[in-house]
Write a protein that binds this ligand. Structure first.
Ligand code: TXE
Length: 495
């Protein structure tokens, strides 16, 4: 097989002189600084975007305040209709968005189509459905009446205001959709700041949002690096931050938000997610599970499994079967539909993984499979299996965010639970067993915001998602997001 041909609309989009998307239109940045967008599959620059400056931030926030005034007064049904229309437009432009996503992030084209576009449209429709279902409560106040007067009370859920959405590079389209959907459904406006590595699809989605009928200013897009995100977080005109990214940056963002003016912050950060196989799981099922948990999108998923615990009696055959399976994966261009394993998303990430492999070797962890990066211009990294010497090995504790599964054997359930929870993070975990009763008893003992049983990584818009411990604050999806994107106003009436 070979690469699919690029659509003419994709080639034309790449060649554009990209500006920012402010107040319903593409406009030039007030800075001449540019950022090159590089295709990680071959190291070639494919486009350039603006590196926004403070003047652009001022313009975007001013526009978002105006957008908030208009959008927050739009009826819930009208808001839902615009979001449903945007979901239709995502699907209508599926191939264009998927190709742009693959070019900027190295994601396999089939994953770009299925997750970045189709799943994103599914999530957007789920959120849109909530626009007409956001309610407060009626309350009978509890105090006694002193002179025959009566009291009644009710609560209102009001949109928090102008949201700053800061997006990482791993699912640049889908995560941006989650953020804009949460904000727009609840009547907030949003300024989105994509990762400097993957800004293209969001510039296109902003155009589609205008086509869907979104009023000017309800969604603005500023491209640029971390400083643009920081300026938005600290800006007096923004009211909430929704951030997805690394733990250190997330902590800095949370501190800046709180420090500036108690700006609300939802932080969805990384982790070091545990995957535990009880001894009753067959080797083939376990290997399928490890690939699902650790190697989907080369492990560049915040919820991916990174620490794998296998009963000592099973670890040897499991590692052998896994290595065999990984050796059969077809590595290649992400635009080739037959490719099963592509590059990681950018050069710094590839180099970070090379450093982690060097650390693993220096510490004497056993590299069972892979453990090297490619030497060409593309950002290729071998799918890697590591057997740790002890629970203290770096690879068992530091997030790799790559195609790396690190294993440690355990002897009994008590030790297993200790190992699973001995991490400062708590985004997700999974437990694999045919004994559902045993799994049900272990579920309350495992510290994670999401715990999967006999599955890993699958996110559903109806099921809340977010981290405990150092993996974040707040929840996306379900109805849980409503709490984070609205303020609760209490109204009390005497009569
Ligand atoms: O992430 P950052 P980076 C991990 C992964 C990766 C590492 C670094 O291990 O190798 O993080 O990736 C913006 N104020 N994850 O540097 O720094 C930045 O421009 C406001 C895990 O890309 O977290 C980008 O838009 N914003 C992760 C976004 O924050 C700032 C997904 C994320 O950047 C900022 C991605 C600042 N001070 C990487 N500094 C996950 N858990 O999903 C940067 N940004």
């Amino acid at each position: 097989m070979s690469d699919i041909p690029l659509l003419p609309s994709v080639t034309a989009f790449l060649a554009r002189h990209h500006g920012l998307y402010i107040h319903g239109q593409a406009i030039a940045s007030q800075s001449s600084a540019r950022i090159k967008v590089v295709n990680p599959a071959n190291g070639e620059a494919i486009a350039e975007v603006a590196d926004a400056c403070q003047a652009d931030v001022e313009l975007a926030v001013d526009s978002a305040r105006q957008g908030f005034n208009a959008w927050s007064r739009t009826s819930p049904a009208a808001r839902a209709a615009v979001l449903f229309k945007l979901a239709d437009l995502l699907e209508a432009n599926r191939e264009e968005l998927a190709q742009l996503e693959t070019l900027q992030s190295g994601k396999l084209i089939n994953i770009a189509r299925a997750f970045e576009v189709e799943q994103a449209a599914h999530f957007l429709r789920y959120y849109a459905g909530w626009a007409t279902k956001i309610t407060g409560q009626t309350i009978t106040p509890s105090l006694p009446s002193f002179a025959g007067e009566r009291y009644s009370a009710f609560t209102l859920r009001e949109p928090v205001g102008v949201v700053v959405g800061i997006v990482p590079w791993n699912f640049a389209t889908m995560i941006a959709i989650w953020k804009l959907a949460s904000a727009l459904t609840t009547g907030c406006s949003i300024v989105l700041k994509p990762s400097e590595f993957t800004p293209l699809t969001l510039l296109r989605i902003a155009e589609l949002a205008t086509d869907a009928g979104l009023p000017a200013g309800a969604l603005n897009v500023l491209t640029g690096g971390g400083l643009v995100g920081k300026a938005l977080v600290e800006h007096p005109g923004t009211d909430k931050v929704s951030f997805t990214g690394s733990v250190p940056t997330g902590i800095a963002v949370g501190q800046a938000a709180m420090g500036a003016k108690l700006t609300r912050a939802t932080l969805e950060l990384g982790g070091k997610n545990s995957v535990a196989f009880l001894p009753d799981v067959g080797i083939d099922k376990a290997v399928d599970g490890i690939i699902e948990a650790g190697f989907l999108h080369s492990g560049q998923i915040c919820a991916a499994g990174e620490r794998f615990f296998v009963h000592r009696s099973r670890i040897e055959p499991m590692l052998e079967a896994l290595s065999h399976r990984l050796g059969q994966l077809k590595t290649g261009s992400p635009l080739d539909e037959s490719t099963q394993f592509g590059p990681v998303a950018n050069k710094p990430h590839q180099l970070k993984l090379a450093e982690l492999f060097a650390t693993a070797r220096a510490e004497g962890s056993q590299i069972i499979h892979g453990g090297r990066i490619g030497d060409g211009p593309g950002c290729f990294v071998e799918p890697t299996v590591i057997l740790a010497n002890s629970a203290a090995d770096t690879l068992l504790n530091q997030e790799t965010f790559g195609p790396v599964a690190t294993f440690l054997p355990y002897d009994d359930e008590e030790q297993l639970l200790h190992l699973m929870n001995a991490t400062p993070y708590g985004l997700s975990a999974s437990l694999w067993s045919n004994d559902l009763g045993k799994a049900m008893r272990l579920i309350p003992e495992i510290q994670a915001g999401t715990l999967w049983v006999n599955m890993h990584t699958l996110l559903d818009p109806a099921v809340p998602f977010g981290g405990i411990k150092a993996s974040g604050i707040g929840r996306e999806f379900g109805s849980a997001f409503i709490d984070d994107f609205t303020e609760l106003k209490s109204v009390m009436i005497r009569y």
